[in-house]
Design a protein. Structure first.
Lengths: 365, 181, 252
């Protein structure tokens, strides 16, 4: 196609481009390394002059997530982005967003923690992203891109899923994916939804001023009557079960004949795909299972590999061992599951992972 | 074809933008490309490096721990990256500020005195393109035509008047690079 | 039920059609009910029902959305001005207001309030200051007067232990993004009328894009103050008004 636009871009920059191209209505954010390029790029592109998208620098991540809440409550497509410490500040807001069932997008370009930690890449926020990360029983939809192209594509996917389930969605990236440049094919410009389209689509819940033909809408997460609140909880849980049933996404690389499988997501999965090449070159049948949705987690495909005769799994993560718990739950004791990780902003090398696979799984006594 | 390159030196030497020019040129040449910077609070004076991978196949890991080529622009980077050049690979360095020259015998070592040559030309900002010229002489992974369009892409429009001087610097870099072993 | 049909010209008072019939949870004597009524009347009189979006706080007014028939968002504690910013930026032609208490606006939400004001967000803020945390059971607020007894200052607010009360209205008035700051009360019929005018002006400013407006309503909390409604109105006049004087702080 002649109008196919291939660009060389940083992951963070492409989030901004994709937001505009996919018709996002508003962005609210606060600068933090290593994701500040998202808002910088938006401010440079001035989408308010073209598509009408609003871009606002808030005074804190607490303010940005609550602006997101206000914007999402109107049924518009709104997003924010931050990095780990900023996302912690937003976690209160995420619980409210999930409780009020507001569709929106949060991008976390993770850095190492705890605390201020380091500005180098990490995957230490897996638990926070996938297990609620704030008070109350809730889940975000969590997508883990492993390339700049996926940073672009997942903006659309995240909004689609968020609106399908009326639930906040997160792109869980890291400093490596955010700062790296790769080739990316940009989507053609989609128009933003008109107010009339939004009102038709979100009439039952969104607030934009009560017209005469409907009752007032109230966006809230509050319900003091416990029997009513339990009904809300059960409805949320049913929604999460539906996501688990319908929205699991993953990539299986050379898993069909694999004796051993590495499970890795995001930038780690890129590194581990080189591990698979190393192992295959030596004749070892190693595969890679890359969860694309971290929540809902690809339990079934992992369980099936375990049943099919894979002899062991290595969960390779840039943290102290978080996703490994979900891999173990999926494998359910059938075969060994071990973790290999680096922390503090350090990345592992393909051969380090290969060595860990041999030491912890293949040659275990 | 796969070229895994690290460019390492001080912030302010144009390390990241040199990588960017090469990456853009790689895109023009239809390669798969990754450009992975060290990032941090260093702007000028701190250490900076960037890994650029050009390949005719999908690039698995954008993070590399051994390199086909290292372009080294200060002593800290020499100490850190000389050992990480693959046997048979290439090391290119600017002699300015280097107190310990490369010692490995199993790699091809080239030097380029771009600091001094730029000073002679009266424009220190041509430093990185001069080094790039030297690199392209030794490793002609992308065409000159694509390098020039990569250069144009990586510069803001207001700096396009600098394009001819940069082209001269690239050609000059190719002329002055010297094999050391 | 009164079955007598009144002629329109004989009606001297009617409940605003925007006041819903839900039974109010506020204590008898509380100022909230009066201020709710004023807001419902103003929205109706301005013909803005289909354009109005309210943001309710955490505090006694958390259920404001049960009483006034407009679209509402319920904000997290203190974040109403940020939520309102998000709504107003995406709907610049709508009437967006927040309704917040003194704990919500001037303790936990100070940051969001000040920055919305500094940015000059075109929103109206109704700020109910009763110098106490009503909903959680009468604890000290940042606005609690010196010497005032609350659940967390049982011997009276002591500045050495608890610091001093502050007037956020006066602080906000210094900000360039702010067009209107006023302090009102609803403890007498005359004050109710003045307060209504003030809230209407704030709403008009928000629609006209003049910047940030805030109406502070110096209010009673007779339950928290452990007084009868009448005593609470007297206490307000004797103790609250000297520290929180009524009148416009800024109007441009």
């Amino acid at each position: 196609m002649a109008d196919k636009e291939v660009k060389l871009m940083k992951g963070n920059e492409v989030i901004a481009y994709a937001a505009i191209r996919y018709g996002c209505d508003g962005y609210f954010g606060y600068p933090i390394t290593p994701q500040s390029e998202v808002m910088e790029t938006l401010m440079e592109l001035k989408p308010w002059e073209t598509t009408g998208m609003v871009v606002l620098q808030a005074e804190s991540e607490i303010a940005s997530v609550n602006m997101l809440y206000g914007g999402a409550a109107t049924g518009k497509r709104v997003m924010t982005s931050s990095s780990s410490p900023g996302v912690s500040l937003m976690s209160e807001g995420m619980s409210y967003l999930a409780g009020a069932e507001l569709p929106c997008l949060i991008v976390n370009c993770q850095r190492g923690g705890p605390g201020l930690g380091t500005i180098q890449p990490s995957q230490g926020d897996y638990f926070q992203a996938c297990k609620g990360g704030a008070h109350g029983d809730f889940h975000l939809i969590v997508l883990a891109p492993n390339s700049v192209q996926e940073m672009h594509d997942f903006v659309a996917l995240a909004f689609d899923l968020a609106f399908k389930y009326r639930n906040p969605a997160m792109i869980l990236a890291d400093g490596a994916i955010g700062q790296m440049m790769e080739k990316v094919t940009l989507a053609p410009q989609r128009p933003r939804k008109t107010d009339a389209e939004i009102e038709a689509e979100c009439k039952s819940w969104a607030i934009y001023g009560k017209p005469a033909d409907r009752a007032r809408n109230v966006v809230t997460s509050l319900e003091l009557r416990s029997e009513e609140m339990e009904k809300i909880n059960l409805r949320l849980q049913a929604k999460y079960r539906a996501m688990e049933e319908n929205e699991v996404r993953y990539e299986a690389v050379e898993c069909d004949d694999a004796d051993y499988v590495i499970v890795a997501f995001g930038s780690s999965a890129r590194i581990c795909s080189a591990t698979v090449e190393l192992a295959r070159a030596e004749g070892l049948k190693v595969g890679l299972l890359r969860p694309v949705t971290l929540y809902p987690f690809p339990k079934k495909p992992i369980a099936e590999l375990a049943k099919r005769g894979v002899k062991g799994f290595l969960s390779a993560e840039l943290n102290a061992g978080q996703m490994v718990e979900d891999v173990r739950l999926a494998v359910n004791g059938l075969v060994p599951v071990e973790h290999y990780g680096r922390q503090g902003g350090s990345l592992f090398t393909p051969d380090e992972v290969y060595r860990a696979l041999k030491d912890k799984i293949i040659n275990r006594g | 074809m796969k070229e895994t390159l690290i460019i390492a030196g001080f912030g302010g030497q144009g390390v990241l933008s040199m990588g960017k020019i090469l990456a853009y040129a790689g895109v023009m040449q239809d390669f798969e490309v990754t450009w992975m910077p060290s990032y941090g609070p260093e702007m000028r004076g701190g250490t900076a490096n960037v890994t650029v991978i050009l390949s005719d196949r999908r690039i698995s890991s954008p993070i590399a721990y051994e390199f086909d080529t290292a372009i080294i622009l200060n002593q800290q980077s020499m100490d850190k990256f000389e050992p990480l050049v693959k046997a048979g690979g290439t090391l290119i360095y600017d002699v300015n500020g280097i107190t310990r020259h490369p010692e490995r015998k199993d790699i091809n070592v080239y030097s380029i005195n771009a600091t001094e040559e730029c000073a002679k030309m009266g424009n220190a900002r041509l430093f990185n393109t001069m080094i790039l010229g030297g690199y392209l002489k030794v490793c002609p992974v992308v065409s000159m035509e694509n390098i020039m369009s990569g250069l144009k892409k990586s510069l803001p429009e207001r700096a396009w008047k600098m394009l001819p001087a940069n082209e001269q610097a690239i050609l000059h870099g190719a002329a002055i690079i010297e094999k050391k072993n | 039920m009164c079955e007598v049909e009144l002629k329109k010209e004989n009606i001297v008072y009617a409940k605003s059609s925007l006041m819903l019939d839900n039974v109010m949870h506020y204590c008898p004597g509380c100022s909230h009910g009066t201020v709710h009524k004023l807001i419902a009347e103003i929205v109706e009189e301005m013909g803005l029902q289909s354009k109005t979006i309210g943001v309710s706080p955490v505090g006694c007014a958390v259920f404001a959305y049960n009483y006034i028939d407009v679209d509402w968002a319920e904000a997290a504690h203190g974040r109403a001005c940020a939520v309102a910013t998000g709504i107003k930026r995406l709907h610049p032609n709508k009437m967006v207001f927040t309704y917040q208490g003194d704990g919500d606006l001037s303790a936990i939400g100070t940051c969001e309030t000040i920055h919305a004001a500094a940015r000059g967000e075109n929103i109206a803020v109704v700020y109910i200051n009763n110098a106490i945390y009503g909903m959680t059971g009468g604890q000290m607020a940042p606005t609690t007067l010196l010497g005032m007894k609350t659940a967390t200052t049982p011997y009276g607010r002591d500045p050495r232990l608890n610091g001093y009360p502050y007037k956020i209205a006066d602080m906000l008035a210094h900000l360039d993004g702010v067009c209107y700051i006023t302090r009102q009360s609803v403890h007498t019929p005359a004050n109710v009328r003045k307060c209504k005018k003030a809230i209407r002006k704030a709403f008009e400013n928000a629609m006209a894009g003049k910047g940030f407006s805030m109406v502070e309503v110096v209010s009673t909390c007779n339950s928290g103050w452990k007084l009868s409604p009448v005593q609470a109105n007297e206490w307000l006049e004797q103790n609250m008004l000297p520290f929180y004087p009524l009148g416009d702080v800024k109007d441009i």
